[in-house]
Design a protein around this ligand. Structure first.
Ligand code: NAI
Ligand code: PYR
Ligand code: MG
Length: 617
């Protein structure tokens, strides 16, 4: 009678979960006679709570949907309106109220209030309207919600670890009320989307990402934990705002910073040794340093570096298919990446890994030669030559480019002038693909994109920065400047564009297409580590999801509306890799379908009968 029929022997926390299910079932068998609304084949939820405590617990509350016998046994008779209304009626009411919100931020506040009242209804609404509502609880609106967090704050969610808590974190993690946590999203708020340092206001990002883990990846709402590491902020406006809720000092740096994060990692590992940790929106180079410090020791990844790399690579590979090329011809592309931070370097590393894997380049160095990278100063080129066709080898010393690190230096072009502007680089190298990961609105200029469109039939234009107003160009601009020929994808959603009487398709390339499936795959397989192969395979899986017709029409892969379907495919691939690489700790029975197991494991928001127990089993 276990919900997941495949988990035969499962160690660690999964075992506790399975045991709890068995206990729930035996309890249900005992209580079936007493409670006629409980059928053998349905799950139940149990609680020790009573009365108002049930109504005010968003994980237990059903609003008006409690049955009469539930009202009786939970002590809430008379505390909710008399008519029992099922979820369909509640959804009608909620959608009507949501439509009355005038601004995206009002919708955000409305959704947050619903999540705080009744999580089952919140997730049902979100899943049924993923495309529309992901734009509210996630990018772009979550960006504004972060900027205004201290003004719109209503109710606590997630955990904050601040500089006041040094030395206390191991004890503090036990304040979290759930024994099983599968996924943790943690930020230090130092680079929130393309909005910079927002300190503790960054909390909305882990909350939004984890909502997508639940809605898109079927992770249980009780098994997620949003975390802010409040190491201070360098945002003067927040520091001077009396309503700001984070620590009012400047950011920790250096050894103090890393030992703070280390204390948190150890504390979390102590209580939740199997939880997947997603590092989110850490500024460069902390993002890389933390990833390298922990990735071989605990089950963790950096979303901006690795998931972004998976989805951007998926987009580039699907674009190859859309242009009638095989996906193993990646080395033939000439790629410009504007942005040399966590996301830019992460995405390019993924592309390099893929070129090397495809075996069409002789060396990693040859793969690097296919990518031209720019930062806010321009091309990462040779500071010692004065012309674009210079061949002078790079002499000792990089002058004021000495701040570039070894990851960025791999992209440095010794035969090109340093700091060339984008348009000049485009004219010099005739790119086929341009990626924007700069957080800088408008850096894909008309001149640059028009010059690109002169050299290639179908220019691949991916301005991936978030939120919408930080995008390197808009969809309309991209189609106008390429005479409608662009293959377009952005980080935040744009509407399809009508150009010269034809609808031009807009894609969204956002790491949200990747991390919910990754989390599901890791949770089901109980993988002990997250590996680069998982991201490479995720990219290939997503790249192969669009039909020929979709590709012809400019659609690269299914949109956010199909996130649950995408997540199942990604999770199956991640599980496969976990088993192949010997990292999985959940044992699979012979002959079962991995996709079946994954589907069975996905949580779905439904009301199940609630029974009260005395707390002793
Ligand atoms: N679509 C998606 O799934 C994702 C999008 N992003 C977006 O990518 C952007 C960058 O993120 P990170 O790399 O983590 O930030 P980061 O701060 O680590 O790096 C930003 C980079 O952009 C460069 N840059 C800044 N202004 C520029 C300009 N005017 N021209 C050229 N380069 C410029 C900086 O030199 C730096 O190298 C953000 O807007 C973020 O929202 C990040 C992760 C995922
Ligand atoms: C999507 C995302 O993770 C970012 O813009 O940072
Ligand atoms: Mg991010």
């Amino acid at each position: 009678m276990l919900r997941n029929p495949v988990l035969k022997t499962v160690h660690t926390t999964t075992q506790r979960y399975v045991t709890r299910q068995v206990r729930d079932y035996s309890r249900r068998a005992l209580t079936t006679l007493a409670f006629p609304d409980l059928r053998m084949e349905t799950m139940v939820q149990t609680t020790t709570k009573h009365g108002m405590d049930v109504i005010h617990d968003p994980l237990l509350s059903k609003g008006t949907a409690f049955s009469l016998s539930e009202r009786e046994r939970l002590g809430i008779r008379g505390l909710v309106p008399p008519r029992t209304q099922e979820m369909d009626k509640q959804l009608q009411r909620i959608i009507r109220n949501l439509r009355e919100c005038r601004t995206p931020l009002e919708k955000f506040i409305f959704m947050t209030a619903l999540q705080d009242r009744n999580e089952t209804l919140y997730y049902r609404l979100l899943i049924d309207n993923l495309e529309e509502l992901s734009q509210v609880i996630y990018t772009p609106t979550v960006g504004e919600a972060c900027q205004r967090f201290h003004s719109i704050y209503r109710r606590a969610r997630g955990m904050y670890f601040s500089t006041l808590d040094r030395g206390q974190m191991a004890a503090m993690v036990h304040n979290w009320p759930h024994d099983q946590v599968d996924v943790i999203v943690v930020t230090d708020g130092s680079r929130v989307l393309g909005l910079g340092d927002l300190g503790a206001n960054g909390m909305q990002i882990p909350i939004g990402k984890l909502s997508l883990y639940v809605a898109g990846g079927g992770i249980r709402p009780t098994s997620i934990l949003p975390v802010v590491l409040d190491v201070g902020t360098n945002n003067e406006e927040l520091l001077n705002d009396p309503l700001y809720l984070g620590m009012g000092h400047r950011r920790l740096e250096g050894e103090e910073y890393y030992s703070f994060v280390d204390e948190w990692v150890h504390a979390i590992q102590n209580r939740y040794p199997n939880a997947l940790i997603q590092f989110e929106d850490f500024k460069y180079p902390h993002a890389y340093n933390l990833l390298h410090k922990y990735q071989n020791h605990i089950c963790c990844f950096n979303d901006d570096i690795q998931s972004t790399s998976a989805v951007a690579l998926a987009g580039v590979l699907a674009a190859l298919k859309a242009r009638g090329k095989p996906i193993n011809a990646l080395n033939e592309e000439r790629i410009i990446c504007v942005g040399a931070g966590s996301a830019g370097v992460g995405v390019c590393e993924g592309i390099i890994d893929c070129m090397v894997e495809q075996g069409k380049v002789k060396s990693r160095e040859e793969a690097y030669s296919r990518i031209w990278m720019l930062d806010q100063h321009g091309l990462l080129g040779n500071p010692h030559i004065g012309s674009t066709d210079g061949t002078t080898p790079l002499p000792f010393g990089l002058g004021d480019r000495a701040n570039l690190d070894e990851r960025q230096l791999c992209y440095l072009k010794r035969d090109m002038k340093d700091r060339m502007g984008l348009e000049d680089v485009v004219k010099a190298i005739k790119p086929t693909v341009i990626l924007g990961l700069s957080g800088a609105r408008g850096v894909f200029t008309e001149g640059a994109i028009r010059a690109m469109a002169e050299g290639v039939e179908k220019p691949v234009v991916f301005p991936l920065s978030n939120p919408t107003h930080q995008s390197e160009c808009s969809a309309e601009e991209a189609f106008k400047w390429t005479d409608g020929r662009a293959i377009f994808a952005s980080g935040s959603p744009f509407k399809d564009v009508e150009y010269k009487g034809k609808i031009r398709k807009v894609n969204q390339i956002n790491n949200a297409m990747s991390f919910p499936g990754l989390g599901l795959g890791i949770t089901v397989s109980r993988a002990s580590r997250v590996t680069s192969k998982m991201f490479l395979e995720t990219a290939i899986t997503i790249a192969n999801m669009a039909s020929e017709d979709q590709l012809k029409s400019g659609v690269l892969f299914p949109g956010v509306g199909a996130l649950r379907e995408v997540s199942k495919e990604v999770a199956a691939k991640v599980c496969e890799v976990a088993y192949e690489q010997g990292l999985a700790r959940a044992h699979l029975r012979q002959g079962v379908s991995l996709k079946g197991v994954i589907e069975e494991s996905m949580w779905s928001p439904e009301y199940v009968p609630t029974i009260r127990i005395d707390g002793h089993i």
